[in-house]
Design a protein around this ligand. Structure first.
Ligand code: URA
Length: 238
């Protein structure tokens, strides 16, 4: 059993500064094994204690994996001078040092962002050679015909030399303006550029699945929740 000061444990697992934690503790926001703690110099065992911040249990494990339903207007970055980030909208109990989004969605794209501090895992799911599919729903400004689908499904090279590997595309409505698109890479504005290359504009884009794990339909826009161990396995099991 390794005892550490509660402010150290909370600082490491939440990324919140000690001075801020002190203020929160004064307000009664910290509980240790069910008891409110006002003085964070008290020692605890991070592994076996139940530590709560603002009523939520704090995850003191080394790695954390979070599913977020990103709203429009939030940037996929760890920090940003001008914009709200996927990290800044996390609830305090999930904030941990070293968190970053594993893969970027554009500011105007919504849906599943995976946030973690596990660099190895992020690399595995992002590397195109591992073929972890990312599934999106794209709203288009016109009909996506079988011709366009066959171009997108063959893969393409843009005039600037960017190569997009074959995608899987199927339309979802009779007007063919709504499409499910699956890609295993994540190049800059990839889906918008793929459709633009066949004469269509993406007017709305949402990521609904990473590997075999779907965005939780109960997760409202802007909300986040931890990914459980069994769900985590689904991401790499396709
Ligand atoms: N493709 C895009 O064009 N934008 C995204 O955010 C993700 C994939």
């Amino acid at each position: 059993m390794a005892l550490e000061r509660l402010d150290k444990i909370l600082g490491n697992s939440s990324g919140i500064s000690r001075s801020e934690l002190k203020k929160l503790a004064k307000k009664g926001a910290v509980r240790l094994n069910g008891e409110t703690v006002f003085d964070l110099s008290v020692k605890a065992d991070a592994q076996s204690s139940i530590i709560e911040l603002n009523g939520e249990v704090v995850n003191t494990e080394k790695f954390i994996y979070i599913m977020q339903n990103k709203p429009v207007g939030v940037v996929s970055a760890s920090n940003d001078k001008n914009d709200v980030t996927v990290i800044s909208i996390l609830p305090d109990c999930m904030k941990k040092k070293g968190l970053f989004p594993a893969g970027r969605l554009d500011k105007d794209t919504t849906g599943f962002v995976l946030i973690t501090n596990d660099g190895g895992f992020a690399h595995r799911i992002l590397s195109p050679s591992n073929h972890v599919p990312k599934t999106y729903i794209a709203k288009l400004d016109g009909a996506c015909t079988d011709n366009e689908i066959s171009v997108l499904e063959k893969g393409m090279e843009l005039k600037d030399g960017t190569v997009f590997r074959p995608a899987s595309v199927k339309t979802l409505n009779p007007e063919r303006t709504l499409a499910e698109v699956i890609i295993c890479e994540g190049k800059y504005h990839q889906i918008k550029r793929m459709f633009r290359a066949v004469g269509l504009e993406v007017t709305e884009l949402k990521r609904i699945k990473i590997g075999g794990l779907s965005l939780d339909p109960k997760l409202s826009e802007g909300s986040s929740r931890e990914i459980g161990a069994d769900e985590l396995k689904l991401i790499e099991k396709i």
